[in-house]
Design a protein around this ligand. Structure first.
Ligand code: DC
Length: 227
């Protein structure tokens, strides 16, 4: 059921805290809709990885901002995803280490980085319809889209999911940093549908989102035809 709008590119924005099921839901949703999937967290992680590999101090916003100006990147659509390549390659699993996770939430607070990311992330729409997941997609990157979702789950459920992934992470601390930073903090975007997916499967959550996307599209085309 590819839910396409006849002319404009469709952007589905999925925001939410860590372990809220964003990634698996956004991936499933992109497949079902036949849209491209964009993981913006991977972009912040790639910058953090680049900083660690090049001995850039991630605690120094100036150094991180300068690194973000000089790293050589490009966007590419690969296997249904738009990825940020660094020096022509996607860093892959190297961006999933605990050190990179920690560093990513530090580089993500730097305003110059967020500005750079916003432009790069907006550029992704040149590839076609997308499902983009992150922390500020509906609030900051694509505030104009009508298809905004905020996923959440109970703290217990989120902790369980991380443990099942074998990932040790201080979720409350990361939530605090992500929601309290001055530049584009994590919050529920205006007009977003908030979905608590505790106890729901990825498929159930994806279907719930598709139903809302379709409903909003019908409203859209009704408006476009003046009804
Ligand atoms: O979703 P993730 O764990 O891969 O995100 C990595 C870090 O990047 C995390 O600290 C939150 C931050 N991030 C962000 O600030 N804005 C986004 N749009 C995506 C991720």
């Amino acid at each position: 059921m590819p839910a396409r709008q006849s002319s404009a590119t469709v952007i589905v924005a999925i925001d939410g805290p860590g372990a809220s099921g964003k990634s698996s839901t956004a991936r499933a949703l992109a497949k079902l809709l036949d849209f491209l999937y964009v993981d913006t967290g991977a972009m912040y992680r790639s910058l953090a990885w680049y900083c660690l590999v090049n001995a850039v101090d991630v605690n120094n916003p100036r150094s991180v901002g300068a690194a973000c100006k000089r790293w050589r990147t490009s966007l590419a659509a690969v296997d249904g995803q738009v990825q940020l390549l660094v020096g022509g390659k996607f860093p892959g699993d190297a961006i999933r280490t605990p050190a990179v996770t920690e560093a990513a939430s530090k580089v993500a607070v730097v305003p110059a980085v967020r500005q750079w990311m916003k432009l790069k992330q907006r550029e992704c729409r040149t590839f076609g319809n997308i499902v983009m997941e992150g922390r500020d997609i509906g609030t900051n990157v694509f505030p104009e889209t009508d298809f905004k979702f905020f996923l959440d789950a109970s703290p217990e459920e989120r902790a369980k999911r991380r443990a099942a992934q074998g990932v040790q992470e201080n979720l409350p601390e990361r939530d605090h940093r992500d929601s309290q930073r001055r530049a584009a903090p994590l919050m529920i975007p205006l007009g977003a549908a908030r979905i608590d997916n505790s106890g729901k499967t990825v498929a159930e959550t994806a279907q719930e989102i598709i139903a809302i996307v379709e409903q909003r599209m019908r409203l859209h085309s009704g408006r476009a035809h003046g009804s």
